[in-house]
Design a protein around this ligand. Structure first.
Ligand code: ADP
Ligand code: MG
Ligand code: ZN
Length: 609
């Protein structure tokens, strides 16, 4: 079989995604390979297909041991001989894996990096024909990456002590030059085939909301997504727990995950989510690396993350099967303070000296600024993200909150003048500047303690924006910041006028702002595969059958077939086994295992309609 046949017969996909074929060709010709593709871009396929075609076995180094089981399960479900080696196996299981390895029963073996130099394993490795070492989440080898893992450095030693050098391939979704260079240099890649694919994920809808109450907004967002699977990311452990509680109180099946929970609880939560026992996962950023649950249909950020890199990776866990999915960020100004606090109090990396730490801190603050810019921009959100990753893009994507007709442009010149003059008058009166909250309180006529103590309620601008909601006043202040009329001091968070402000104050320059006029945040995406009412009905039945088969086999539903596959099935309504195999995501093995059951259901459905 050649690579296309494997793609079609084993994995059931009709064509390669961008970059896959080139990388696979390289590895099959004995070259090293380095694939940089966005989350959900299909990196696993890039090493799994050569693994099945090369002689001997492929070792896949992967950082997240809890997820190896799932990946191996998915491979086995497709009929590919695979196994994993990590600390979750007991002695007897480990011995069995070693025995089978030596008997040549596996083509793909996932291994945790710290296992590579265990004596037990090195003894076995010496006697194996290792054709390739594939390093997944390769950015873990770099200190500049988000998730530096010192144990990744062992990969190099392991490769060096093999009797001959296998093909080495590396895969990551982190695009920065520094990380790329580190990966190539430290892993010692030899003239690799390099593929950097576009970072766009057209099926993801992006939106930033600025709700009065995040809890209420979250509940509203979830109420229109009943039964769908999604992740809610929060900045702190405490938030994770309180948000999870609120969701449970409102009857949602929500699991909770953060680094402070005991191991068993985390494993339990993860399983509940992966197996769809609980559709919603509330978690800190500790959750998700290596998660490839393909039916995640939304990722909501309750708090703004620290960087665009982090955001894109977390949000990118939605819609991995290519169906429409939503990435919604609930922003508030206080998120910026939390993020700054987390940066300033980051756990100290022992291996770094004071100067290096300061460099990293400054880098983190720059990354944070870019993230804040995303929350405040009123241009295309996708465009903003792609720009950040250095990729060309059209001005308007048509599938983000800022591009869809959900917003209208309003003139806020008068309000802008009020705000700017209020900032000026406060400074004139006090001799120093204050932050957004206080400016907002004065404008909204809130005589709180600090306002009355400083006599600010006597200003002529006091109460000028009396009946406006706080979120709206803050949004306007932030807009003036984004437009360069106001400058926020990065240390004290106080607001000052810039030179540009006088154009608005004294020269009648108009100010425009995009505002949302409808509380509808989800619009059908541009890539929607529209189903008729009848097809949706069939889809529900297909899902039910999938659930039943998954339960019987003790595997998560998406390992049987992804949502995208079931949608395609509902559209194509195959009558014969050969038609069934033409459904996207149906390979030989799955067709053999599940074909009859699904064909029967579809036939029954046809007869009834
Ligand atoms: P990542 O690049 O983030 O590691 P994965 O390898 O987990 O992405 O792939 C994401 C999803 O895309 C999986 O469900 C996978 O089966 C699917 N996929 C990969 N390659 C193809 C393809 N050529 N056609 C259709 N789906 C694909
Ligand atoms: Mg992956
Ligand atoms: Zn857009």
């Amino acid at each position: 079989m050649n690579q296309t046949e494997i793609l079609q017969r084993v994995f059931g996909y009709s064509q390669f995604r961008p970059g896959q074929e080139e990388l696979i060709d390289g590895m099959l010709n004995g070259r090293d390979a380095f694939g940089i593709m966005p989350t959900g871009g299909g990196k696993s396929m890039c090493y799994q297909i050569p693994a099945l075609l090369l002689p001997g076995i492929t070792l896949v180094v992967s950082p997240l041991i809890s997820l190896m089981r799932d990946q191996v399960m998915a491979l086995k479900a497709a009929g590919a001989p695979a196994a994993y080696i990590n600390s979750t196996l007991n002695r007897a299981q480990m011995q069995a894996v070693y025995r089978n390895l030596l008997a040549g029963q596996y083509k793909i073996v996932y291994i945790a990096p710290e296992r590579l130099d265990y004596p037990g394993f090195s003894g076995v490795a010496e006697r194996l024909q290792i054709s390739m070492v594939a390093v997944d989440e390769a950015h873990c080898i770099s200190q500049w990456g988000q998730d530096f893992r010192p144990s990744y450095l062992r990969i190099v030693n392991f490769i060096q002590q093999l009797p001959y050098r296998p093909v080495v391939s590396a895969f990551t979704a982190t695009a920065t030059t520094q990380v790329r260079q580190d990966v190539e240099r430290i892993l010692g890649l030899r003239d690799p085939v390099r593929v950097v694919t576009g970072f766009d994920r057209p099926n993801l809808y992006f939106e930033v909301l600025r709700p009065e109450s995040k809890d209420r907004e979250l509940l509203r967002l979830l109420s229109t997504r009943k039964g769908k699977s999604g992740i809610v990311y929060c900045a702190t452990r405490k938030k994770v727990e309180s948000v999870c509680q609120i969701l449970q109180d409102h009857g949602y099946g929500a699991a909770c995950y953060h680094a402070g929970l005991p191991d068993e609880e985390r494993t339990q939560s993860q399983g509940d989510f992966l197996y769809d026992r609980k559709p919603i996962m509330v978690a800190t950023n500790a959750f998700g690396m290596g998660i490839d649950k393909s039916n995640v249909s939304f990722v909501i950020h309750y708090n703004m993350p620290k960087s665009i890199e982090a955001y894109y990776q977390e949000a990118g866990r939605a819609g991995r099967d290519g169906t429409d999915a939503d990435c919604i960020l609930l922003y508030s100004g206080s998120d910026v303070y939390t993020a700054r606090f987390l940066i300033d109090n980051a756990s100290e990396n022992e291996e770094l000296d004071e100067a290096q730490r300061e460099i990293i801190r400054r880098q983190d603050l720059e990354r944070l600024d870019a993230m804040v810019g995303y929350c405040k921009t009123d241009t295309c959100l996708r465009g903003y993200l792609l720009e950040y990753f250095g990729q060309k893009h059209p001005d308007i994507c048509g599938n983000c909150g800022n591009c869809t007709g959900n917003y209208e442009t309003v003139e806020i010149t008068r309000e802008a003048q009020m705000i700017l003059s209020c900032v000026k008058r406060i400074r004139d009166k006090l001799g120093y500047s204050v932050g957004m909250n206080m400016v907002g309180n004065v404008l909204r006529g809130r005589g709180d303690k600090r306002v009355t103590e400083t006599g600010l309620e006597q200003l002529s601008t006091f109460g000028l924006l009396r009946n406006r909601p706080k979120s709206q006043v803050h949004a306007m202040i932030e807009h003036l910041q984004a437009e360069g009329y106001l400058l926020e001091d990065s240390q004290y968070h106080s607001l000052q006028l810039t030179a540009l402000a006088s154009q608005v104050l004294y020269q009648g320059k108009q100010v425009f702002m995009k505002v949302k006029f409808e509380p509808v945040s989800v619009l059908p995406g541009v890539t929607a595969q529209k189903l008729t009412a009848e097809e949706s009905e069939l889809l529900d039945e297909l899902k039910e059958l999938r659930g039943k088969l998954a339960k019987e086999a003790g595997i998560p539903a998406y390992v049987v077939f992804s949502n995208a596959t079931l949608q395609d099935m509902a559209k194509k309504k195959p009558k014969t086994m050969s038609q069934f195999k033409k459904v996207s995501g149906v390979g030989e093995i799955k067709a053999a295992w599940y074909g009859t059951a699904f064909l029967k259901l579809i036939q029954r459905f046809r007869d009834a309609h």
